[in-house]
Write a protein that binds this ligand. Sequence first.
Ligand SMILES: Cc1ncc(COP(=O)(O)O)c(C=O)c1O
Length: 370
Amino acid sequence: MKDYMKVPYGYLQRQFAEPEPILARIGQLVKTGQLTLGAEVERFEAAFAEFIGARYAIGVGSGTDALFLSLKALGVGPGDEVITAVNTFVATAGAIETAGARLRFVDCNEKYVLDPNKLEAAISPKTKVIVPVHYTGQPVDMSAIQAIADRHGLAILEDACTAIDAGQNDVRCGAWGKLAAFSMHPIKNLHVWGDAGVICTQKPDLAEMLRLMRNHGMTDRDTYAFYAYNSRLDTLQAAVGNALLPEVRNHTDNRIANAFAYDLAFKQVPQITIPPRPAQDRAVYHMYMIQVEDRDGLLAYLKQKGVSAKVHYPVPLHLQPASAKLGYGPGDFPVAETQAQKIISLPVHPYLTQEEKEFVIEKVLQFYGK
Ligand SMILES: Cc1ncc(COP(=O)(O)O)c(C=O)c1O
């Protein structure tokens, strides 16, 4: 039994140890001189839309821009309220505020996603959009949320930034709502060599508007339909995306297999709570997140043994300084607050070796005296 093994949380150095094939693609692209939008971006958008099962995909500069531009396309602005989960990454909240709306948070459930049972209480006459987040790569209960949104005439913008290739009842995350935002930041399940994002929609009018919004409102070089923004998907990043998209399914399956091995080992440990794994969900484990007793003790123990684990995140958004003006306080979102004390994310990436996986399991079990 080894006492120490370096098990990194990330894996980009392994994935891109031999970058030559992608560099060759970029070399070809550079020779064409087409370095903004163009055929490479169109090819990526078509492939991504097909992969998700959406009619349209629009490449943009980041996942945050995908959220922001989608909110603007839905007409969100000052005086509106937008609802999201309180345990999401800061970017979801940041995009809502940047769009000019007031943030309304809802607590999460044991799957770490917006609890549909608590959604209706947050809806007011000012509510315009609901932004459920498929956090950790775990699908939100979309049919329940859709039913509430329909009843109140509200649009849904899925934050699918961490949920490429996730799904529920054979519908992929990103194909349910009116609009969906994806991130291809380097730590995401499909990533490029920098920042990039994608918006998916089934609606031709929204697709057309977003295509204009991400490129100065230009219908052609000399005509501007409205004044807008520059958030084009970088053409070089589209080339990286085109190279990596065919590998996503395989990567996801590796993540799922790793998570399955962890679940199997950890379900015998009373100090560990594994989130529910409903049969109709295809979770893609952007994070393998569990709740544990003595979380900080386990973190320190794993670090000492060489295993890099993380906490996503120790302070829920309503308790952040940025939320002070919203009027929330401790106790308002008890599930997220309790989880913030107990959650830990273990390395689950597709390049994890069998030996590393076994080492992580062994050290976690050891910490709890198993
Ligand atoms: C849930 C969630 N939403 C939005 C984003 C923003 O994506 P990006 O970093 O590409 O702007 C991220 C990731 O960073 C995320 O995890």
